[in-house]
Design a protein around this ligand. Structure first.
Ligand code: C5P
Length: 249
């Protein structure tokens, strides 16, 4: 059985023309090779909403491609709610915020996303929590006053995110099984650190293949360089989607 394409391509560049060209190549046309596009802080701080509209224009979006706006918001509840309101017209499918911002912050974001989407007749963006950045180890957490191991802290924050109304979390491949078990079948697990079998790992240390991550329960896979730096990004994206079990690309 085929599944919706779970592959979100990370567009990690500040070059507007390069981003637009890559998005058109992998997401344009009648048969997109990816399920969605991820634009993050680097791109958004450089180009803002007009840059998103230029690089990822409606004709491409109307093919049903998802839009993951990876802003990793973390501030007082009122400010985070305002940030959610500020991007709602871009109709992101997913927006990220740090679960460490706490219950009130996450709830404020969820309420604002729902209210603003309703007001504008748009689908409500799904909010995803960032738990423990994979760049932090136990010693880094200890230095911030947190004595739990990173995996325990990630689990704690994932459960807090779920209980605060978030739709899912970003997690490393090695957290998928435990979080799927703890947070239930409907919770979104968006997973970076994915490398197709036999490819270069770059600076990613603990990687999994698309097949392994999907089999463990990932809902979506974030893949950047293996697509963006391929000689033929479209063919690379299609191969990754097929590895993840999609047979209509
Ligand atoms: O090029 P690559 O596939 O490694 O890109 C992965 C994307 O996922 C990048 O945008 C990176 O910032 C993001 N990411 C990650 N690891 C995390 C969280 C996010 O690689 N733990």
């Amino acid at each position: 059985m085929s599944r919706p394409n779970p592959v979100y391509c990370a567009i990690d560049t500040v070059d507007l023309a390069e981003a637009a060209d890559l998005i058109r190549r992998i997401a344009g046309g009648a048969r997109p090779a990816v399920g969605g596009i991820k634009l993050g802080l680097e791109f958004f701080l450089a180009h803002g909403a007009p840059g998103v509209r230029y690089a990822f224009p409606d004709p491409v979006r109307l093919t049903g491609i998802g839009f993951f706006l990876d802003l990793k918001l973390h501030d007082i509840p009122n400010t985070v709610a305002g940030a959610v309101r500020a991007v709602i017209d871009l109709a992101p499918t997913y927006v990220t915020l740090h679960a460490a911002g706490g219950r009130a912050m996450m709830r404020a974001a969820v309420e604002e996303a729902g209210a603003q989407a309703l007001k504008r007749g748009l689908p409500r963006p799904q909010l995803l929590g960032v738990t423990v950045l994979t760049s932090l180890d136990g010693a880094d957490l200890h230095a911030t006053g947190i004595d739990s191991p990173p995996s325990d802290q990630a689990r704690r924050l994932a459960l807090l995110a779920r209980d605060s109304g978030l739709d899912g979390v970003i997690c490393s491949p090695h957290e998928i099984a435990a979080l799927r078990r703890d947070c239930g079948t409907d919770f979104v697990l968006m997973v970076p650190g994915i490398r197709p079998a036999g490819s270069a790992h770059g600076d990613q240390k603990r990687v999994m293949t698309p097949r392994q991550a999907i089999d463990l329960g990932a809902s979506h896979l974030v893949v950047g360089r293996p697509i963006a730096q391929a000689a033929d990004p479209r063919a690379a994206a299609e191969a990754i989607a097929r590895e993840a079990g999609v047979n209509h690309v």
